[in-house]
Design a protein around this ligand. Structure first.
Ligand code: THG
Length: 376
């Protein structure tokens, strides 16, 4: 039985997997892209963490909404929206891409799926990309169609993902390369299956476009997953922080640029491609970013959730802010993501963290993803 009291409506949308997550005892939801995101089941976040690193989980990530851009100018508009070079992207490819405004500020960080030469899906994080895309298309008189398709991603994550997926879709799933997708058959319809997902444990994302078959898809995976000790789950905060996976609205927002977000590998600033915000980013690149997202590990008892940024100090002077923090059972320490000012972001830098419960903790800056030797 669900104990949550979140009322859904047409503004806060349910997903096609609603009855499935409820029957598994979902304990709470977040709301992303005006859609519910189930965040917990019967296990604690720590139990979920160990389970995710050992077995396989099924996640309702229907909140990963798609902005579909198609038509003659689809490739042009999609490229205008991101500094990531899409020139050599191939059909069947997924590309993690910062999306910026005219000042080079982060608007979103979607995964772009190239479905055809003239059709792209932006699988978005939590901001209204549809409005930005439509505004650009109208303002620039582009020949495109833009809409939010009735597509509901379902994620299979964990080291046993391949074994589970092979049982449902056949050996072909093993041939899907990282950040590529294939169209596969499920019962009597086709479904896009990508090797991607919001964890570092490996897995797949299934882009269901038949919401009325959501429960059937979930049930088939659930049944096949029994021998692999499958569990219902959700993006795991501990695993995500250790893995250095960023969350739009938490680690970054419209005040940040992608260079601060350590996304320089996704920014083509040599002038060879045309995108909105290019000159602004080139200017920032010339001086280098003033701050950078880094890992922080800090001591003391289990920290509370980070709801407002926590000051990071060095010798009593503020040099950054924690954006997300949680206790890691693997490091047996608190771990965090945070923005560190220049001259203070080098791994090994000793800092203190002002936690929201009033306590002051000793900590150290780490590389991302966090690896064992960071604990010293
Ligand atoms: N899957 C899909 N859509 C999404 C997310 C997702 N939209 C919102 C949000 N998550 C976007 N954010 C991320 C962040 C990191 C990654 C994916 C989406 C990710 N990064 C890899 C890494 O950091 O190791 C590498 C990506 C690459 O090399 O291109 O996977 O999870 N559908």
């Amino acid at each position: 039985m669900s104990t949550t009291k979140l009322n859904v409506s047409r503004r806060i949308r349910a997903t096609p997997y609603k009855s499935c997550v409820e029957s598994h005892g979902v304990s709470g939801y977040s709301v992303v892209n005006h859609t519910v995101l189930p965040k917990g089941f019967r296990k604690t976040v720590e139990e979920d963490y160990w389970h995710l690193k050992k077995y396989v989980q099924i996640w309702d990530v229907g909140c990963q909404r798609q902005v579909a851009i198609s038509g003659h100018d689809a490739a042009k508009l999609t490229q205008l929206m991101t500094p990531r070079d899409l020139t050599n992207a191939t059909v069947g490819q997924c590309l993690y891409a910062p999306m910026v405004d005219e000042a080079g500020r982060m608007l979103n960080d979607p995964i772009i799926l190239k479905l055809a030469e003239d059709c792209f899906w932006l699988s978005i994080a939590d901001s209204d990309v549809l409005l930005w895309a439509k505004g650009l298309a109208v303002g620039m008189q582009l020949d495109v169609q833009i809409h939010e398709p009735d597509v509901w991603p379902l994620s299979i994550q964990g080291p046993l993902s391949d074994d589970l997926m092979e049982k449902v879709f056949g050996r072909v799933v093993r041939d899907i390369r990282f950040f590529r997708f294939k169209t596969l058959r499920f019962e009597d319809f086709d479904i896009i299956v990508a090797r991607s997902g919001y964890s570092k444990q490996g897995g797949f994302e299934l882009y269901l476009d038949k919401p009325e078959r959501g429960a059937a898809l979930w049930d088939a995976l659930w049944t096949a997953g029994q021998e692999f000790n499958i569990s219902p789950g959700s993006p795991n905060l501990i695993e995500r922080v250790e893995g250095g996976l960023l969350s739009y609205g938490n680690e970054m927002n419209m005040e940040n640029n992608p260079l601060e977000c350590a996304m320089d590998q996704y920014c083509q600033l040599d002038g060879s491609i045309d995108f909105i915000g290019r000159e602004a980013l080139r200017l920032i690149q010339r001086t280098g970013p003033q701050q950078l997202i880094r890992g922080v590990i800090f001591n003391g008892e289990k920290c509370p959730p980070c709801q407002s940024p926590w000051p990071i100090l060095r010798d009593g002077v503020m040099v950054g802010q924690v954006t997300t923090a949680i206790w890691s059972p693997r490091f047996e320490n608190n771990i965090a993501l945070g923005m560190l000012e220049r001259n203070h972001w080098q791994a090994g830098t000793e800092v203190t963290v002002q936690v929201e419960d009033g306590s002051i903790r000793n900590g150290m800056v780490t590389d991302l993803p966090m690896i064992d030797h960071c604990t010293g």
